[in-house]
Design a protein around this ligand. Structure first.
Ligand code: FAD
Length: 383
């Protein structure tokens, strides 16, 4: 794992993964061999979450190496992110409701021993304690481990999923409102109502190569129940026509402007918007804030190298920019919340991939999967 915060590192990691490990991805991806042997998965998510790498360039490179059928699993995984994002965009109240419930639950658990032991990695479940340590030290967990972790948190430790999702957001370099909140909801059984993910001793042992002992879990818990259902809110993700000669705001989810659909537009000035903890509902760990800050500086440098006028500002300074501002859409999450709660109305630019794919996020992922060949054909084969 090399999470040095730069596009150069991200590209190097991508190339190395495709060259040496992609061929075995579908066979080995579910194994967590431990933090010192992570090359069976790409570890690209910290870069993709921040838009330092985008889904299309990753898929394009993978298809330059292997056929679609050989690559299908990897492509599906890459597009899970696009799907979760679209799903949440169509039901933004899932995020706002999550933050409201989190706020109430937090107060109740301030002194809760089980909770405090869990976040300190002080439980009697050895593997769980190890993962807490790994999360805080490396700011990354393997996908299968995230599922086991969330399942143990919810069904064996009996803690609310909302607090677990907060804990992940605080420490993951790839912390993302959609993938994280919906991932936790899915494990709990409230995303696909009645279907939960139950971790089991044999499964953990098998996929960690027997690295852990004494894994005593509640393997029979029923799914969590939520009365709340969310219907789709119709949204317009169309891009405005005339966008040049505006000031452009770029948020932390699009930190590679020179590789977006808008790379050829001439903007008056580009503002890279950072968001420290003061204006976040979920306060991030110092390491995560630093990671974001370095990625933002790396983007600033690359724009300056292309003689693009740009400046890093704090989200609280957006108001001072005045007129003619347009923003690369920050997606449902903390930055959009800040703009909305401060009544800052902007026109947004949507990535073409999102504009097109989000229409297929109205149902489950198995339905979305049917449209993947269409997405590939539109953005890769015809592009
Ligand atoms: C409870 C829970 C919480 C999660 N929280 C986050 C989060 O905050 N941020 C985040 O980016 N991912 C999250 N995930 C999804 C997934 O675990 C990570 O994206 C993945 O582990 C990243 O590792 P990788 O880059 O090595 O993945 P790889 O297996 O190499 O996959 C390649 C890329 O596909 C995408 N991807 C793969 N699996 C998923 C998935 N299940 N959902 C969405 N995208 C996926 C990522 O962009 C990833 O970089 C969560 C999953 C669970 C179960």
């Amino acid at each position: 794992m090399n999470f040095e915060p730069s596009r150069k590192t991200a590209l190097k990691n991508l190339d190395k993964f495709i060259e040496s490990n992609l061929s075995e991805y579908s066979r080995l991806r579910n194994f967590d061999f431990g933090p010192d042997k992570r090359d069976n998965v790409s570890c690209l998510s910290p870069f993709v979450t921040h838009g330092v790498l985008n889904e299309i360039e990753i898929i394009k490179k993978s298809l330059a190496k292997f056929s679609f059928s050989k690559n299908e699993k990897f492509i599906q995984e890459v597009l899970w992110r696009t799907y979760w994002k679209g799903w949440l965009e169509l039901r933004p109240n899932v995020w706002t409701d999550y933050l409201v419930s989190l706020n109430g639950i937090r107060k109740k658990f301030v002194e809760n021993k089980v909770y405090l032991n869990a976040i300190e990695g002080n439980t009697n479940i050895e593997c769980f304690n190890e993962w807490v340590k790994e999360l805080k030290e490396n700011n990354y967990l393997h996908n299968h481990t995230r599922m086991w972790f969330a399942s143990i948190w919810i069904f064996t430790l009996n803690l609310p999923w909302q607090l677990g999702a907060e804990f992940f957001m605080q420490h993951l370099y790839d912390g993302d409102a959609a993938s994280n909140t919906l991932g936790w909801r899915w494990v709990a059984g409230v995303q696909t109502q009645g279907k939960h993910y139950l971790a089991s001793e044999w499964n953990i042992k098998k996929f960690t190569n027997n690295r852990f002992n004494n894994i005593k879990l509640n393997e029979n818990a029923p799914p969590k129940v939520s009365e709340k259902t969310y219907s789709i809110i119709k949204q317009n993700f169309a891009n405005p026509q005339d966008i040049s000669q505006n000031n452009l705001l770029v948020f932390e989810n699009n930190l590679s402007l020179e590789n977006t659909d808008f790379k050829d537009n001439k903007f008056k000035k580009v503002y890279l918007v950072s968001n420290k903890n003061e204006n976040r509902s979920i306060k991030l760990s110092e390491k995560v804030i630093k990671f974001k800050s370095h990625l933002t500086k790396d983007q600033e440098q690359r724009l300056k190298d292309q003689s693009i006028d740009c400046e890093i500002i704090d989200v609280s300074e957006v108001k001072r920019i005045g007129e003619n501002i347009i923003g690369l859409y920050p997606s449902v999450g903390e930055n959009l919340d800040y703009l909305n709660s401060n009544n800052i109305k902007l026109n947004f630019l949507y990535r073409k991939l999102d504009e097109y794919s989000w229409q297929y996020c109205n149902k489950g992922f198995f339905n979305f999967k049917n449209y993947i060949p269409k997405i590939i054909s539109k953005f890769i084969l015809q592009a």
